[in-house]
Design a protein around this ligand. Structure first.
Ligand code: ZN
Length: 412
C-alpha cells in the first residue's frame, strides 16, 4: 500500500542519546537496545472514519521514537498496518449504503494527507490487511496443524486460537482474568461464543458469510482474517521474529497487543515478541474519551480545513506527556498556536543563547521516555531569552530550527 511523502529531516551534530521508554510488560521505563536497524510496528487505523486527534497524538508519539532512534544513529524499519477489512468497516459501509472498498480507500487517503501535514515520518512499509491475507492464511494453517488453533464444529468455518498455548499469556497487560473477559467483550472479542475452548480465545479466521466479502483460505476455506493475527503476521513477515517496539493507543493493551504477542510467540518460539510495548494516552473531549461510538470526534483534517497550522496542532499534542490521558480544549490549541508564533519569532532573531546547549537539553528530555513537556519548556526558555536579546550565538537560531525540525517534527 502506498505510504505518504517523507518530510525532510535536517542533519544534526552527533550526540544522539539512548532512548528509554516505558514498557507496559515490565511496568517501568527501560532503555531501548535495538540492533541496526531498529524495528517498530505501530497499529494503524481501521479506515471507516477520518483520523481524529487521538490517532494524531498516537502517530506523533511513535514519530518521536523514530526521530530519536535516527538521531542516535540507527536506521529504522517501521511498519504500520491499515485494517482495511474488519467488522466496523463493513458495518459503517452498510449503514451509509456505501461500497466498503471505496470507504476504506477514501479514509486511508485522508489519513495519509493528515500524516504528511503533521510531518510524520512515513513507515518503511505501509501494509493493508487485505494484501496480507495469503501470509495470514499460511500462518493460521500452521497454528491449526500444530494443534494450537481449532475450527468450531458449528459449520461456520471459524478458526480460533487456543490461548492456553501461550504459557506467558497476560504478561503484557497484567490484568485479572475477570477484567480480561470484560475488556475482550468491549473491544471486539466474543467471550460468550459457544464451542470455544476458552472464552478468551480470539478469532483467527472468519469463515465466509452471506453478503460479506471473503478471500480464498486454502484449507481454511474462504473467509477473512481476525484482527490480532493480522498485526502479528504483518510484523513477523516484514520485521522478523522479534521487534523493538510494538506500539499503539492504550486501548490496545488488551486484548489486541496481548493477543498479537501471543500469536507471534507461539508461531516463532521467541519471547518476548517486543522489547517494549508502548502505549499512547487517549485524547478526550469535554470529559469523555474521543470515540466513534460517542460521536465526539475532532478531526485533524477538519482543523486543517479551518486554517489551523498543523505545527500548532502538533505542539498542542506534545504539550503533555504521551502516556497521559488528556482533554482536547480550545485553550490547548490556542496555547500551541501562541507557542509556535513565539518560537518562530525567536528563530528569526539575529542571535540567541547557546544553540548546542539547547540541542543537548532537548535530546536529554526526549530520551527520558519522550518527555516532550520538558523539551518544550527548554525551547520556551531559549526563545524567551533570544527574543529579549540575551543571546550572543549567531549560529543558534539555525541550529535550534534544525533541532525543532529533526527531533520534535516542528518545521516549516
Ligand atoms: Zn495491531
Amino acid at each position: 500500500m502506498k505510504s505518504w511523502p517523507p518530510p525532510e529531516v535536517p542533519p544534526l551534530p552527533p550526540g544522539g542519546r539512548t532512548l528509554a521508554l516505558f514498557d507496559s510488560a515490565r511496568d517501568g521505563v527501560h532503555p531501548t537496545a535495538p540492533e541496526d536497524p531498529a524495528r517498530m510496528y505501530v497499529c494503524g487505523i481501521t479506515p471507516y472514519d477520518a483520523a481524529h486527534l487521538g490517532h494524531a497524538a498516537t502517530m506523533i508519539t511513535f514519530d518521536l521514537i523514530n526521530r530519536l532512534w535516527r538521531d542516535a544513529g540507527y536506521r529504522v524499519d517501521y511498519v504500520q498496518n491499515v485494517t482495511d477489512i474488519d467488522d466496523p468497516l463493513l458495518e459503517r459501509a452498510a449503514r451509509d449504503h456505501e461500497d466498503w472498498v471505496v470507504l476504506a480507500m477514501r479514509e486511508t487517503a485522508l489519513f495519509r494527507e493528515d500524516m504528511a501535514a503533521l510531518r510524520i515520518l512515513p513507515p518503511t512499509h505501509y501494509v493493508g490487511a487485505v494484501e496480507s491475507i495469503p501470509d495470514i492464511v499460511a500462518r493460521v494453517a500452521r497454528l491449526l496443524g500444530d494443534g494450537v488453533a481449532y475450527r468450531l464444529d458449528d459449520g461456520t468455518g471459524d478458526v480460533y486460537f487456543d490461548v492456553s498455548a501461550a504459557p506467558r499469556f497476560g504478561y503484557e497487560s497484567h490484568l485479572t482474568r475477570t477484567r480480561m473477559v470484560e475488556l475482550f467483550a468491549e473491544r471486539g472479542g466474543d467471550p460468550d461464543r459457544a464451542g470455544k475452548r476458552d472464552p478468551l480465545d480470539p478469532l483467527l479466521w472468519r469463515g465466509v458469510r452471506d453478503g460479506e466479502p471473503s478471500w480464498p483460505g486454502a484449507d481454511l476455506g474462504p473467509g477473512r482474517p481476525g484482527w490480532h493475527i493480522e498485526c502479528a503476521v504483518i510484523a513477523l513477515e516484514l520485521l522478523g521474529d522479534r521487534i523493538d517496539v510494538q506500539g499503539g493507543g492504550n486501548d490496545l493493551v488488551f486484548p489486541h497487543h496481548e493477543m498479537s504477542a501471543a500469536h507471534a510467540e507461539v508461531l516463532t518460539g521467541h519471547w518476548p515478541f517486543a522489547g517494549h510495548y508502548v502505549h499512547a494516552g487517549m485524547i478526550g473531549l469535554a470529559g469523555e474519551k474521543m470515540s466513534k461510538s460517542k460521536g465526539n470526534l475532532v478531526f485533524a483534517s477538519r482543523l486543517r480545513a479551518d486554517g489551523v497550522d498543523p505545527m500548532a496542532l502538533r505542539l498542542a499534542l506534545l504539550a503533555d506527556h504521551y502516556r497521559t490521558d488528556r482533554q482536547w480544549t480550545d485553550d490547548l490549541l490556542k496555547a500551541g498556536q501562541e507557542r509556535l508564533a513565539r518560537w518562530r519569532a525567536a528563530l528569526g532573531a539575529p542571535a540567541g543563547p547557546d544553540g548546542a546547549a539547547l540541542l543537548a537539553a532537548v535530546r536529554e528530555r526526549l530520551a527520558d521516555d519522550l518527555d516532550s513537556p520538558g523539551a518544550l519548556r527548554s525551547v520556551d526558555a531559549w526563545a524567551e531569552a533570544a527574543l529579549s536579546g540575551e543571546g550572543t550565538d549567531p549560529g543558534a537560531p539555525a541550529l535550534v530550527a534544525d533541532t525543532l525540525d529533526a527531533l520534535l517534527g516542528i518545521g516549516g
